[in-house]
Design a protein around this ligand. Structure first.
Ligand code: O7M
Length: 218
């Protein structure tokens, strides 16, 4: 299970070789890793298996931001589960039937809204409705909400007691702790670690910076 300790989930949007290297080095220090299209397009499910294979302690989140009809989404999640994922990520805008079907197979995080500026246009408007519609679904263990707009994290936190994972720190402009301070349990950080000269030191610095942020009251 994903338990908040360092509160850091490292996004490994890098080649499978590099993903394995960083995962091996930071396993057990960070709470989790996230792999997605970079790894899967390079090596398919075998890329996920390689990363899963080196992890002894940390949680593995596979992020294909699944957004198809329920039957197709479910078969995607089945493959992801067989490859060794501990949980996966489903877009919320496709509706609770898709989320429910996927959550029968593997624990799911639902994207409530996204971290880029364009998410204000459409996704933000659906954010509260997505969380309300998915919160009673067994197997939904949490939501993705953006550290770049902490008010959205706050909004999600008011509706749910489930986990919140929050991307946007570092390369996208949010500061370490912005997500956690607004009520997130974890921050998902990619390039600030994977592109750093020394990823281990970068991860440690980010955790230190995050730790000085007090989590919002639950
Ligand atoms: O720290 P970065 O910007 O290099 O990487 C951020 C990671 O978080 C990257 O893997 C994105 O796919 C992911 N992400 C966002 O950046 N914004 C979102 O709104 C949602 C995600 C995400 O992980 O969704 C599950």
């Amino acid at each position: 299970m994903l338990e908040p300790d360092t509160r850091l989930i490292v996004a490994l949007d890098v080649s499978p070789d590099r993903a394995v290297e960083i995962a091996e080095t930071l396993d057990g220090y960070v709470d989790g890793f996230k792999v997605g299209y970079e790894v899967v397009l390079a090596e398919g499910a075998a890329g996920i298996e390689r990363v899963a294979g080196v992890l002894e302690e940390s949680f593995l989140l596979v992020d294909l931001k699944t957004a198809d009809i329920p039957e197709i989404s479910r078969s995607i999640v089945e493959r992801v589960s067989e490859a060794g994922a501990d949980a996966t990520i489903i877009h919320g805008f496709v509706g609770p039937d898709v989320v429910e079907e996927c959550a029968r197979v593997l624990p799911v995080f639902v994207v409530a809204t996204m971290s880029h500026p364009g998410a204000r246009e459409f996704y933000d408007r659906a954010c509260q409705d997505i969380v309300k519609a998915c919160d009673d679904i067994d197997g939904v263990i949490g939501y993705v909400a953006p550290a770049t707009r902490p008010e959205r994290v706050l909004e999600v936190r008011k509706i749910t007691d489930k986990l919140i994972v929050s991307p946007g720190v570092g390369a996208q402009g949010a500061a370490p702790g912005d997500g956690v301070r607004a009520g997130a349990d974890f921050e998902i950080i990619g390039r600030a670690i994977t592109e750093a000269h020394d990823p281990i030191e970068a991860a440690k610095d980010l955790v230190r910076a995050m730790m000085t942020s007090r989590p919002a009251e639950r």
